[in-house]
Design a protein around this ligand. Sequence first.
Ligand SMILES: NC(=O)c1ccc[n+]([C@@H]2O[C@H](COP(=O)([O-])OP(=O)(O)OC[C@H]3O[C@@H](n4cnc5c(N)ncnc54)[C@H](O)[C@@H]3O)[C@@H](O)[C@H]2O)c1
Length: 435
Amino acid sequence: MPENFLDKMTKRDARIGVVGLGYVGLPLVLEFCRAGFKVLGLDIDQKKVDALLASKSYIRHILSDKIAQLNASNRFDATDDFSQIASCDAILICVPTPLTRHREPDMSYIVSTAETLASHVRRGQLYCLESTTYPGTTTEVLIPILEKGSGLKAGKDFLVAYSPEREDPNNKNFSTSTIPKVVGGIDERSLQGARALYDAVICRTVPVSSASTAEATKLLENIFRAVNIALVNELKVVFEKMGIDVWEVIDAAATKPFGFMPFYPGPGLGGHCIPIDPFYLTWKSREYDTPTRFIELAGEINTYMPYHVISRMIEIMSINGIAMKNARILLVGLAYKKNVDDPRESPSFKLWQLLEERGAKVDYCDPYCPEAPHMREHPQFEGIKSVPLENAPDYDAVLISTAHDGLDYQRLAREAKLIIDTRNAMQPGPNVYKA
Ligand SMILES: NC(=O)c1ccc[n+]([C@@H]2O[C@H](COP(=O)([O-])OP(=O)(O)OC[C@H]3O[C@@H](n4cnc5c(N)ncnc54)[C@H](O)[C@@H]3O)[C@@H](O)[C@H]2O)c1
């Protein structure tokens, strides 16, 4: 019964199951284990399970030492055997929520996870969805599957909540435990259970009135970013034509101590969240005959950015007497943001594709992504290896798409023939252009 759940949480006696051991799930495993709980990690990817049991990390900013500590604690186990869910008291679901090829929510991961879990639900457990999704998912998608498969009733027999993940991989200032966590239950007891769970490891839980409110909160956060990034991307294009450096403008505006928050332009949106999550709301809002024009417009502007960068690059190369056809181009940065190894939705792949379509011969340099992974939209690049930045003088132009720290930009400025910088990584110079 739920009261037992609270009791077990207080005594650190609860076993926590984390389903999906990726960028979100693995840090949660580490936090709960560190706080003294028994933790079971579950994933359908056998390679991840094997790596964890062998104390090897597969996420660059999580050191293998931390995984070794997990195993040494004797409180951690990892498996792809989902029947072990029955031994867990709280189950956190952290599986992917991408878009389909037609840019609609791909709920297949949540649905298949729920179907697998359903036959192992037992009385008194708490299920908490963490994947980013549209308002209504917990009550309209997750619960019906869990109830149908288990014959039990959510709220009465087991607790259900939604708590969005705000993980910002490799953020030096905030980690899982120091980012306040929004929690919404399907009823008061579910909320209490979820708060007890997260209060044990997170600095502060922020209760809201329902699971849907918590789902909507996460979407607001990411829509806010997508819209503001679109705004500065639009301003970049306008100011460029006026001969004004948008980065200088933003830094000057950011000195205003109130009412302004800086966002920075780039070659397009990347990552598993910002290019995707807003469209979960767009899709859901159609059910209410309500358009989400702001979100669509932001999406349009952000999607256009790689095209803008390439046409500006062609212009710059032409001014410098270089034709794009047959030009050798070094693309710097494959990851979607600096200092991470995550290439999901990275605009670099689009830039790479557009350059090749225009006849360029492209290599890339990214010490964080030594080999291009399989990408659903760009399978043609799989297996291609990063070249050293020191090779830059061999190329007609260098395009900076992701500005990792630790690259020798001064040497690059000295040695490269032409640099097109989409990230404001370089100091101004005769061979450096912003785009
Ligand atoms: N990465 C981030 O920075 C971040 C931040 C906030 C929220 N989110 C959200 O969190 C969710 C997870 O994202 P992520 O970045 O951790 O994804 P990820 O791809 O890194 O990890 C997901 C894991 O789930 C596993 N998986 C897939 N289907 C499964 C199933 N049926 N059963 C068990 N495991 C399964 C995959 O093998 C993978 O290991 C998404 O909804 C995402 O939008 C991500």
